[in-house]
Design a binder for this molecule. Structure first.
Ligand SMILES: Cc1cc2nc3c(=O)[nH]c(=O)nc-3n(C[C@H](O)[C@H](O)[C@H](O)COP(=O)(O)OP(=O)(O)OC[C@H]3O[C@@H](n4cnc5c(N)ncnc54)[C@H](O)[C@@H]3O)c2cc1C
Ligand code: SF4
Ligand code: SF4
Ligand code: SF4
Length: 369
């Protein structure tokens, strides 16, 4: 069978190229693909329609052609400027102090979503939460419709998220006319592919805003999370049930490990100590070959907000006017400038090195144009 789940499994899933975005599960017309804590598996009968293979971002993405479609222009050379095409950049925070505190980096994402819901620009948002016990490396996706629900999803989870798998429920729900999605670059790549494919375009029609997050690529396998937690907390790997890192404040990270016997170990440590451990284990293979740091195909990217499309700009402007977002009072311009200067280049360099290595070894690698 040409272009079936067998191809997806052989070329993407079994070769470490799956980004666990959930796009294939949403795209399958016969609901044959399920998301589990070991990734995507075939749980029904594949009819060989090819949707999952066509929209999958694991094998790479044609960034230039998507840019031409979305922005009316492309970068001078493929993968040119590492921050992508944008209209404006602004340093913003949530105006509301509760949202600011619940958010990971100023609560801008939650604030703009709440504003869009309250202004009637969207009826819902597709978001990411912790998946709970037994899922150290994969989050869970859901649909938020109220301020309270949006705040329940606030903060970053350094995990893969099957957020696109929710597109099917969104499509079927007649009470939702317009929505936003918050997504990492690889998830946005799959979404943009879905917009172009006749077998999946209907699933994207309600998404009014694609809100992107920067991604510096520190997603890990389940085994590697366990190794790191053991090193940092002395909880032995076989006793670990769940991990939640809930906030980075300044230069410190706080997290909580639940043991299989029900005991909870809470830790706070310097980011340097934490990152030093992360740097000792292998990052997920596909993340080592991912050139997109700044979410180049989104309407708005958060890190430093990069506003890319006209409708993204309209939403940010109306959120500022309504006092949902304000120019940040914290002076983090220098820090963010450094992040945006160093991180994307470092990620590109790592990508080039790892793709070259995979080529040399004759192993599959993603292709970007
Ligand atoms: C894996 C990962 C890597 C990141 N790497 C960088 C980086 O290198 N540099 C940088 O400047 N910023 C990075 N970010 C973005 C940063 O952590 C913040 O999410 C961003 O600045 C928005 O903060 P906020 O306070 O405005 O958002 P909040 O108001 O806290 O809202 C965060 C939103 O993110 C969504 N979300 C959380 N985890 C995920 C996930 N795994 N997949 C999809 N959506 C998710 C939630 O649904 C929530 O709505 C990364 C985020 C993630 C999840
Ligand atoms: S569509 Fe997403 S989840 Fe499915 S195989 Fe490709 S990368 Fe993995
Ligand atoms: S999307 Fe199509 S090719 Fe993929 S598993 Fe479903 S039926 Fe098979
Ligand atoms: S590094 Fe790339 S593939 Fe990995 S989670 Fe981030 S955007 Fe996705």
């Amino acid at each position: 069978m040409a272009n079936s789940f067998i191809d997806l499994k052989k070329n993407i899933i079994d070769t470490g190229l799956c980004t666990r975005c959930g796009g294939c599960a949403a795209s399958c017309p016969v609901d044959a693909i399920s998301f589990t804590n070991i990734g995507m598996v075939l749980t029904g009968e594949c009819i060989g329609c090819g949707n999952c293979v066509t929209i999958c971002p694991g094998g790479g993405v044609d960034l230039s052609s998507h840019e031409g479609r979305l922005f009316g222009s492309t970068r001078k050379k493929p993968l040119g400027s590492p921050l992508g095409i944008y209209r404006k950049k602004l340093d913003l925070s949530a105006y509301d102090i509760d949202i600011f505190k619940k958010g990971y980096f100023g609560g801008r994402v939650s604030a703009i979503l709440i504003h869009a819901l309250e202004a009637g620009s969207i009826d819902a948002a597709l978001l990411t939460d912790w998946a709970g016990p037994g899922n150290l490396s994969i989050g869970s996706a859901g649909i938020a419709r109220t301020r309270k629900e949006v705040l329940g999803y606030a903060s970053s989870k350094y995990l893969f998220s099957p957020v696109l798998s929710e597109l099917k429920d969104l499509y079927k729900d007649d009470s939702i006319r317009k929505a936003a999605i918050v997504a990492l670059p690889c998830q946005v790549h799959a979404f943009r592919n879905m917009e172009l494919h006749p077998g999946t375009v209907h699933l994207t029609g309600k998404i009014e805003y694609v809100i992107g997050l920067n991604c510096g690529a520190s997603n890990l396998s389940e085994e590697n999370w366990k190794r790191i937690i053991e090193k940092l907390t002395d909880v032995e790997q076989e006793d670990i049930l769940d991990l939640r890192a809930w906030k980075v404040s300044g230069t410190r990270i706080h997290f909580k490990v639940t043991k299989k016997d029900g005991n909870v170990v809470e830790k706070e440590m310097s980011l340097n100590r934490y990152l030093a451990q992360i740097n000792k284990v292998d990052v997920w293979p596909r993340c080592m070959m991912c050139p997109d740091y700044s979410n180049d195909l989104s309407d708005i990217t958060f890190g430093m907000p990069y506003i890319r499309t006209e409708k993204g700009e309209g939403l940010v402007d109306s959120a500022i006017k309504a006092n949902a977002l304000k120019r940040s009072s914290i002076n983090r311009k220098v820090a963010q400038f450094i992040i945006d200067l160093i991180m994307p280049r470092r990620k590109r360099k790592r990508t080039r090195k790892n793709i070259a290595r995979r080529k040399k070894e004759g192993r599959p690698y993603p292709m970007f144009r």
